[in-house]
Design a protein around this ligand. Structure first.
Ligand code: FAD
Length: 388
């Protein structure tokens, strides 16, 4: 990041650089240190803050890095990794250290460049033919060995099936703590990681620190943090790490991978989600949500009330005990907006709520609120969309 303002000598009243509008007379603002910004500074359009120049002179320290476990499946990095890299950049900036990504995979997978483009300064690449499929014992061994050697101060994992299996084992192996399902991460005045997560049924937010053991480790659900824009020009370092493993280090053998035939719901990566709650009044009205979702390429979500009522399967549930989502648009149909539901969707870019009660809590976080009966509104909307 760099602190800049529009130069007095600039001939216009405002200038848009890297998506940020800078007006004449405005104070310094922080902006991405991108090529566009660099060019505008070189052309004399922008003044750079001296405060920033001091920051720039501060050398980023070696060691004590902030790490992200770069989970991949079939040679594709999972989205939560990019979200964690975005957060890692924020934390590493406060600690003045580098961001490392730990990539465990089979030989010949070309993924390090992508990790660098999303914020990693270093990629620790552990390649071995024995690592082509996830195996807890082998992954635990190679990552624990690397942590012991390099001493990162923070390691983050996605709270995915793999991350939830791996992180506690590593924590035990290297004797440190682990905070699961964090919803916030920050650095305190003693440079310790403050890990925030709901506790006691979501009634309090606990702030957890791990002052006596290193690294400080957390899992974070997909959709909590925002990923940075991809910057293919970013430069980083690739470190090949030897995997000191043999078949004897694993008690399991993968004979065959059989994919579930059941249609899986991918709420965490969905761009649009249409969720239904008790206001749908009947299980059969979920058909309206499914029809609307198929028309606009959305996924169907749900509140816990309707999951508990058996109207829809649990993997559709959004909220504190369901999934955390961050779509471009979230449409809540007949959902009251209880705190436990909001915990899973309030970071959506745009929230649209349809509820017949104008005082429903969901309207307090909605960008667009429609006071209507969902049973009348949804068929009308579907009809309109079909006409187009
Ligand atoms: P209701 O609260 O009953 O709301 C129904 C809404 O529909 C009302 O606002 C009503 O005005 C409106 N309505 C009724 N008829 C119509 C109509 N015809 N047209 C339009 N609007 C209509 N909940 C979650 O969702 N996710 C979780 O992960 C979750 N985890 C929880 C964890 C714990 C520990 C606890 C204690 C609770 C949890 N809950 C969770 C439950 C949560 O507290 C709420 O009970 C639940 O979210 C309510 O679901 P709802 O909004 O569908 O139902």
């Amino acid at each position: 990041m760099v602190k800049v303002k529009l130069a007095d000598s600039y001939p216009g009243f405002s200038l848009t650089v890297d998506g940020v509008i800078l007006n004449k007379g405005d104070d310094f603002v922080e902006i991405n240190d991108s090529l566009d910004v660099e060019q505008a500074i070189n052309n004399g359009y922008l003044d750079i803050s001296e405060e920033k120049e001091d920051i720039e002179k501060k050398e980023v320290k070696e060691g004590n890095e902030v790490w992200v476990f770069a989970e991949q499946r079939n040679g594709k990095i999972t989205r939560v990794v990019f979200e964690l890299l975005g957060k890692a950049r924020d934390l590493s900036g406060k600690l003045n250290v580098k961001v490392g990504a730990v990539l465990v995979c089979e030989k010949g997978v070309d993924l390090p460049k992508e990790l660098i483009a999303y914020g990693a300064d270093k990629v620790y690449l552990i390649e071995d033919t024995l690592l082509n499929n996830f195996k807890t014992d082998l992954y635990t061994k190679v990552i624990s060995d690397l942590i012991k050697k390099e001493n990162p101060q923070i390691v983050m994992y996605g709270a995915t099936n793999i991350g939830r299996d791996l992180a506690p084992r590593i924590a035990q192996r290297i004797t440190t703590g682990l905070t699961a399902d964090c919803t916030g991460l920050d650095i305190d005045e003693d440079n310790l990681l403050v890990q925030t997560r709901p506790a006691f049924g979501g009634n309090i937010m606990a702030m957890i620190k791990c002052p006596k053991h290193k690294p400080q480790m957390s899992t974070v659900r997909p959709g909590i943090f925002k990923m940075l824009e991809k910057d293919s020009k970013r430069k980083g370092e690739l470190i090949n790490v030897e995997a000191r493993i043999s078949e004897r280090d694993s008690v399991t053998r993968v004979l065959e991978i059989v994919k579930s035939k059941k249609k899986t719901v991918n709420l965490e990566e969905a761009q649009i989600i249409i969720s239904g709650g008790r206001g749908l009044c009947d299980k059969k009205n979920f058909k309206l949500l499914e029809e609307l979702a198929s028309l606009i390429g959305a996924e169907v979500g749900a509140s816990r009330a309707v999951v508990d009522a058996g109207w829809i399967a649990k993997d559709h549930q959004v909220g504190q005990t369901g999934k955390t989502v961050r779509p471009k648009a979230y449409m809540a149909c007949g959902i009251s907006g209880a705190i436990q539901h909001r915990a899973g969707m309030q970071n959506s870019d745009i929230i649209i709520a349809i509820n017949k009660d104008p005082n429903a809590m969901i309207f307090s976080i909605a960008d667009y609120g429609i006071v209507a009966d969902v049973k009348e509104f949804l068929p009308a909307l579907i009809n309109e969309l079909k006409k187009q």
